[in-house]
Design a protein. Structure first.
Length: 219
């Protein structure tokens, strides 16, 4: 019984992935309302560089690197940090909520365009044996608990699949781990399909740690 339920959960996730794939393929291309990278650069160097690095390669493990991330994803996250009509924001973080308070919708697009053009600096996993355990989850998931392979949505080399599935490759392990936890506790949720919440609730702390270590060296 338990096995069947898990198997059907895996199938639901597989179906979600497929439908999203189709959506990504048929989504209109780069034509509509692109941000202005030069304007984005001005804001980025004046306001964001202290924490995310001038070129979007952050050196502090709690602050995510943004270089090479998809513009659509960055713009979406900036919106998610913003509280609408005094409601709880979709993504809760005191620092970033303060940062986005003064940004207009165009600023958010410009910032997305700027970071998407920056070159991500490759990372190296520090704990090789932990990273090996993480690689198994990244590529194969965990059939026993219904965790799907991360590679299915974030791509085998971690570059993601625009516009919905973010790049993960080379990201700080500490940051990735914190996000998996936030997806589980719903500090970060109410995403269209809630995929990451469903996945994170099935992962052990050990698995989160391992997969984050692997991702930090993925290229
Ligand atoms: C004081 C440090 C600080 C500053 C300044 C700052 N950030 Fe952040 N930023 C963070 C932290 C910490 C996080 C992780 C938040 C979390 O855990 O959810 C973050 C997360 C983000 C994310 C989400 C990345 C992802 O992969 O999902 C984006 C996008 C972002 N910041 C953009 C910006 C932009 C644009 C600016 C300038 C307008 C900025 N940040 C200024 C600290 C900072
Ligand atoms: C069914 C598709 C799917 C699968 C499988 C999947 N993800 Fe995701 N993931 C998403 C989506 C969609 C987002 C973007 C959520 C948002 O817009 O806030 C995301 C976001 C993330 C983020 C946040 C990135 C950032 O920069 O803040 C992390 C970390 C992450 N996923 C890790 C994983 C890991 C680890 C696995 C495997 C255990 C995995 N994902 C499997 C769909 C998926």
């Amino acid at each position: 019984m338990r096995g069947m339920k898990l198997a059907s959960n895996v199938m639901i996730l597989a179906a979600l992935m497929l439908s999203n794939q189709v959506f990504a393929d048929t989504a209109p291309g780069a034509d509509k309302s692109q941000g202005d990278a030069a304007k984005g650069e001005q804001i980025a160097t004046q306001v964001c560089a202290a924490c995310h690095g001038a070129d979007g390669n952050s050196v502090m493990p709690a602050n995510p690197s943004l270089a090479g991330q998809y513009a659509e994803y960055i713009t979406k996250q900036l919106n998610n940090f913003k509280s609408q009509d005094g409601q709880r924001p979709e993504r809760e973080n005191a620092v970033m909520s303060a940062m986005v308070a003064g940004l207009s919708p165009d600023d958010m697009k410009d910032l997305g365009a700027y970071y998407a053009q920056q070159t991500p600096r490759p990372g190296v996993a520090r704990d090789k044996s932990l990273a090996e355990q993480g690689e198994r989850i990244y590529r194969g998931g965990n059939l026993d608990t219904g965790v799907p392979a991360c590679a299915g949505c974030h791509s085998p080399n971690g570059v993601g699949i625009p516009p919905r599935y973010p790049r993960l490759a080379g990201q700080h392990s500490e940051y990735t781990r914190a996000q998996l936890k936030a997806f589980r506790t719903e500090e970060r949720t109410r995403d269209v399909s809630n995929e990451m919440h469903m996945i994170a609730t099935r992962m052990s702390v050990r698995e989160m740690h391992a997969v984050s270590e692997f991702i930090s060296g993925l290229r």
